[in-house]
Design a protein around this ligand. Sequence first.
Ligand code: PMP
Length: 293
Amino acid sequence: FDQLDGFIWMNGEFVKWADAKIHVLTHGLHYASAVFEGERAYGGEIFKLKEHTRRLHDSAKVLGFTIPYSEEVINDACRQLLRKQGFSDAYVRPIAWRGSEMMGVSAQSNKINCAIAIWQWPSYFDPEQKLKGIRLDMAEYRRPDPRTAPSKAKAAGLYMICTLSKHAAEAKGYADALMLDWRGHVAEATGANVFFVRDGALHTPTPDCFLDGITRQTVIELAKRRGLAVNERVIMPEELSSFSECFLTGTAAEVTPVAEIGQYRFTPGEISLQLMKDYTAEVTPKASVIAAE
Ligand code: PMP
């Protein structure tokens, strides 16, 4: 990934992709003092760019640092980089981290760095598998109590248990894993939120210890526009047998139907497929819809 063509925006400048390097004594690498975002561009426009950039700034605040570039500067940099890379559909990854000026747990005077990379990432899950519904394992690790970790931030450190869980699932042939929270309630997948369907209504866990995803919020809005009831509530793993459909939501995953979670089975049905279509329509810039007609 470090040898792609094009440019990376790094601390206010566009640098050649292969030259966007940092020192091995970077605090963010040793102590996970880093926050990031995941965004997608469709038809040349980054979907909900402002919301993502705001969340990047907010995540940094949760980790006790301020990104030295305003939200406007980052928004402009993302848009310029997308054009410079020449993509209309792409994945956008801004990241901010503490640098290498001090070494140790304390990093009070370390420089705060910020970079943005954009690359093509058409599908997070295998496209063929996606339509049939992906298979999830039950993760061993649980989402931590908000008193144990800053669970509202999109912070690099929180992804340690996600990578461990995703690797364990992949080793058993699954696409991803469903994580419970520290109380044993259903929480989310390793990089996406989860929804269930029962009797025509949506059920999704209350995001009190994991990311309230921007895609999650968008899909709730789309479901309400269709007149569907949306229940945000505690969901116990034993309840999984009572749901007919299940899907994941996330910027990378978009809306991905789930066919299997451990011993439970679901059929990608009318509601999942409708919301997949509604999501595609929502993220497509209106001008390209007109141009395609
Ligand atoms: N949970 C986790 C752990 C994630 O990494 C993501 C992806 N950012 C999500 C949920 C979904 O968030 P969003 O819809 O904002 O991409």
